[in-house]
Write a protein that binds this ligand. Structure first.
Ligand SMILES: [Zn+2]
Length: 461
């Protein structure tokens, strides 16, 4: 663990691939990978990239992605294309691909980059090369072992946590996306080595899971925490509940690494979101978690008003670096997106009512603290050797790790070219008219501990 003074000069690794912004879910689809390229353009034009250890990750291999996902699901993602969909009709239904999660050109390569970035970032933290590692291409928290969901096909976060478990006894996952982090919660629902904490809108909202009463099962009972919120959460309310809950989680669980999913659809004015956070309030979560000086992996997630997504993730990159950045945006490749004010920070929407009354927040905090009191102050795993099952996972990763590292080094050079050849040709309209929004359906989580999930359980039994 580093001291505060060391952390103030923190080494921050940043993973990005210049091709990522070219992926396109299709006309009218709210998920736009282009927002990651906009973020990158701000990182370059604010000069932050000079302070970052910028790396282009190796695309995740089939074997890496199937450390969590099932082989038949990933084989399907690899083989289906827009011109052969008709021969995959059964698979499309079985793996929930088609509507919210359409088949698009390069879909598998998109997954490889998203997962490759988070895997490389986790490996970087394992090697203690950085205090913080960032992958804005990742954070796709809804993907299930054998199912696409909520615009997510592969769960880079689950893969990254599995990677971190090789070197860290306990890993904490925090999710500040407006939607419940159901895919990550499900993967680690029965283990006490990973604690998941999700803050989200709950009630008649996608994905429908994440009730206060859902706390984990088996060895993982009380190692899943859900913070259900109502429409219109503002900065002060969010900060109060976030600090109250996360302060207690850090004291009780004492994680050796933290993964923070920074979904930006919790910002005011998001095309699909219902919260009223500003960039400042969203960033307070990053500031607070950084203050614990525990190795931190930051990933992206949702975010559908893309000018605000890039503002948010630029600002949070600056927080990771302890650098103050001007509220006046620099000239960048996508400057016209930021009209009319061309400012970094966004304001709350005055028209939005905050339905999270002080009484509701007090009651929620009280219930969550009661759950946390069920945890021992020193989790039992701290006094035990890492279980054999985890050792096996660790061993199977080692070879790939070395390969990733080599690629990172090689690709540093490639990146330097990318910085200078940011192509502005792609321009996806962030203000295109609203289209049919299927991202509001309600579904239940898959049954826990189903036979096919046992392969990836890491509950140490
Ligand atoms: Zn979301």
């Amino acid at each position: 663990m580093t001291t505060p003074s060391q952390h103030s000069k923190s080494r921050v690794a940043y993973y990005y691939d210049g091709d990522f912004g070219n992926f396109y879910y299709g006309q009218g689809h709210p998920m736009k990978p282009h927002r990651v390229r906009m973020t990158h353009s701000l990182i370059v034009n604010y000069g932050l990239y000079r302070k970052l250890n910028v790396m282009r990750p190796a695309p995740a291999s089939f074997n890496e992605i199937t450390r969590y996902h099932s082989d038949d699901y990933i084989n399907f993602l690899r083989n289906v294309r827009s011109d052969n969909i008709s021969s995959f009709t059964d698979h499309m239904a079985r793996f929930s691909v088609g509507e919210d999660c359409p088949v698009f050109d390069g879909m598998y390569e998109f997954c490889q980059l998203s997962c490759g970035g988070s895997l490389a970032a986790a490996a970087n933290l394992n090697r203690k090369e950085s205090e913080i590692a960032i992958n804005w291409m990742g954070g796709l928290h809804h993907a299930k072992k054998s199912e696409a969901s909520g615009f997510c096909y592969s769960n880079d976060i689950v893969l990254a946590i599995l990677e971190l478990l090789k070197q860290h006894k306990r890993v904490l996952y925090i999710d500040i996306d407006v939607h419940h982090g159901d895919g990550v919660e499900e993967a680690f629902y029965t283990t006490d080595r990973v604690m998941t904490v999700s803050f989200h809108k709950h009630g008649e909202y996608f994905p429908g899971t994440g009730d206060l009463k859902d706390v984990g099962a088996g060895s993982g009972k009380y190692y899943a925490l859900n913070v259900p919120l109502r429409d219109g959460v503002d900065d002060l309310t969010y900060e109060r509940i976030f600090r109250a809950v996360m302060g207690e989680v850090m004291a009780r669980f004492q994680p050796e690494a933290v993964v923070l999913q920074c979904g930006a659809d919790s910002l005011a004015g998001d095309r699909l979101g219902v919260f009223n956070l500003t960039t400042n309030g969203h960033g307070k979560c990053v500031e607070y978690m950084k203050s614990f000086n525990v190795p931190l992996l930051m990933v992206g997630g949702g975010g559908y008003t893309i000018r605000n997504v890039s503002r948010c993730w630029l600002y949070e990159t600056s927080i990771a670096l302890n650098l103050d950045v001007s509220d006046d945006l620099p000239i960048n490749d996508y400057f016209e997106y930021f009209m009319p004010d061309y400012k970094l920070h966004i304001k709350p929407l005055p028209s939005l009512t905050n339905y999270n009354t002080p009484e509701f927040i007090d009651q929620t905090i009280e219930a969550l603290i009661e759950n946390l009191k069920q945890l021992p102050f020193c989790p039992s795993v701290q006094m035990q050797p890492i279980p054999d099952t985890s050792d096996a996972i660790v061993k199977s990763f080692d070879q790939n790790l070395r390969r990733d590292h080599q690629n990172d080094d090689v690709r540093n050079t490639q990146f330097d070219k990318d910085v200078n050849i940011e192509d502005a040709a792609e321009f996806y309209d962030s203000r295109e008219p609203e289209v049919r929004n299927t991202f509001s359906g309600k579904r239940q989580a898959s049954p826990l501990l189903a036979e096919d999930q046992k392969k990836t359980r890491v509950d140490g039994e």
